[in-house]
Design a protein around this ligand. Structure first.
Ligand SMILES: *[C@@H]1O[C@H](CO)[C@@H](O)[C@H](O)[C@H]1NC(C)=O
Ligand SMILES: *[C@@H]1O[C@H](CO)[C@@H](O)[C@H](O)[C@H]1NC(C)=O
Ligand SMILES: *[C@@H]1O[C@H](CO)[C@@H](O)[C@H](O)[C@H]1NC(C)=O
Ligand SMILES: *[C@@H]1O[C@H](CO)[C@@H](O)[C@H](O)[C@H]1NC(C)=O
Length: 413
């Protein structure tokens, strides 16, 4: 590169220093989380990863001061006259993880939900460099983890899923905070609450859409795994009614209870949710290679050394499915009246493409005191009657552990 060109490029970089800055009050120390990458059964390599909490959970204040950039829905007009200046003027802080309801130990992470304030954390897995998210390319791969959700009751959701976030958390290098500080969240509900997106403040409350694969949305009563495709590769923004139909928000879900198998999953059932068990999800392609197109998503469980396949559907008119595929989703729409957005967004295609690019691993634990979790555990979907079961007290834990990722059949035998 010629010196003059080098000077020009450098000055361009200096000019583009917008995006949220790094706070200096609390250092960010990302808790370690070990996981494993496997090629054959028993042949796994340990990966020394770490986690970060979402940027929205962090104190965000003016650079060098203590004034909040945003109070509720109102941005401070002095610090934030416009999205770009706001990002230049605002810093996101490090957090104290234990007081945020997050603890890791070896290969386990425990999330704590406060059922009085209805607040639980959302975290992401970072790669070993601690600067970018760990990217998972899921086609013709398998993902396994252990879960103890014996405390997670009706109206709560212990979730483990993949989001098509960008590895650097949005617009590197101008986003100083980046993935280490949990920036760049998106999902198939096109959430509009992100404080910052792609290096500027989200003062217009734009929705941030992207493909999402829900491996695990669950409590001790019910669980579902669900595809959520979008019209475009994400993340991308939408606004107001323009967000409608961008993504398959309901998704194509497999919940054994909903599929006529009420005795499979729950306390003292085939998969006994009073104890820890292993959840394995396989993403199969049409040519049985990572280069193929995603065609089927299979789930199996391991508990007490026994492998349990997902039981086949027991619904009049659509018997015999025990995985998610185009055929299953079509049958579910025709027989059970599910939405058509699965097909309108392209069936399995958007996820197949996102799995090729790589997805970010997300964990969260949340509740809905207004009874809005009935899609997961209420009449038809589970044995809960609606509402939030707080009989376990104000503090509820879920522990995810023993995460393994690799070739089909390599993670659980
Ligand atoms: C993981 O990395 C951290 C930071 O580099 C180091 O302190 C720790 O000892 C490592 N742990 C393992 C098990 O390799
Ligand atoms: C992020 O910002 C960059 C630079 O302004 C732009 O090229 C890119 O399209 C933006 N990405 C998204 C997802 O909006
Ligand atoms: C299949 O569905 C029927 C009718 O809902 C139910 O009575 C039966 O218990 C179900 N079978 C299994 C094995 O869950
Ligand atoms: C929840 O987890 C935290 C952190 O590991 C622990 O201190 C606390 O005792 C646990 N609470 C319950 C009810 O298990």
């Amino acid at each position: 590169m010629s010196p003059s060109l080098h000077a020009l490029v450098s000055s361009l970089f200096v000019a583009v220093v917008y995006a949220q800055q790094i706070g200096t009050n609390t250092p960010e120390v990302n808790p370690r989380l070990l996981w494993e990458e496997c090629t054959l059964p028993g042949l796994c390599k340990k990966v020394n990863g770490s986690i970060t909490i979402d940027a929205n959970y962090r104190w965000t204040h003016n650079v060098g001061g203590y004034t909040n950039c945003r109070n509720g829905n109102a941005w401070d007009p002095t610090i934030c006259p416009d999205p770009l200046t706001c990002a230049q003027n605002c810093a996101v802080e490090g957090v104290d993880y234990s007081s945020s309801g997050i603890a890791t130990a070896g290969n386990a992470v425990t999330l704590t939900l406060n059922t009085v304030t209805n607040s639980g954390p959302r975290i992401y897995l970072l790669s070993e460099d601690e600067k970018t998210y760990q990217m998972f390319k899921l086609n013709q791969r398998e993902f396994a983890f252990d879960v103890d959700l014996s405390q997670v009751a009706c109206g709560m959701n212990a979730a483990l899923y993949f989001s098509e976030m960008e590895a650097h958390g949005g617009n590197a290098p101008s986003n100083k905070a980046g993935a280490k500080f949990g920036t760049g969240y998106c999902d198939a509900q096109c959430p509009s609450g992100d404080n910052f997106f792609n290096g500027t403040a989200n003062m217009a409350n734009s929705g941030i859409c992207c493909n999402e694969m829900d491996i695990w949305e669950a409590n001790r009563i019910s669980n579902a795994f669900t595809t959520h495709g979008c019209m475009k590769d994400g993340p991308y923004t939408c606004s107001g009614s323009g967000c409608q139909g961008q993504c398959d928000g309901n998704g194509c879900a497999f919940n054994a209870f909903h599929q006529g198998r009420p005795d499979f999953y729950g306390p003292k059932m085939t998969i006994d949710t009073t104890k820890k068990f292993t959840v394995v999800t396989q993403f199969l392609t049409d040519n049985s290679r990572p280069t193929g197109h995603l065609s089927e998503i299979r789930r199996l469980y391991v508990q007490n050394g026994r492998v349990h396949q997902t039981p086949p559907t027991n619904v009049t008119g659509m018997p015999g499915f025990n995985s998610v595929s185009q055929q299953y989703c079509d049958a579910q729409r025709k027989i059970m009246g599910a939405s058509n957005l699965f097909d309108e967004t392209g069936g399995m295609k958007p996820l197949s493409a996102a799995f090729n690019t790589g997805m970010v691993l997300v964990f969260s634990l949340w509740d809905d005191p207004s009874g809005g979790m009935t899609w997961l555990d209420g009449p038809g979907a589970g044995s809960c009657t609606g509402g939030l079961d707080t009989s376990g007290g104000p503090s509820v834990n879920v522990t995810f552990s023993n995460i393994k990722f690799g070739s089909i059949g390599s993670t659980f035998l």
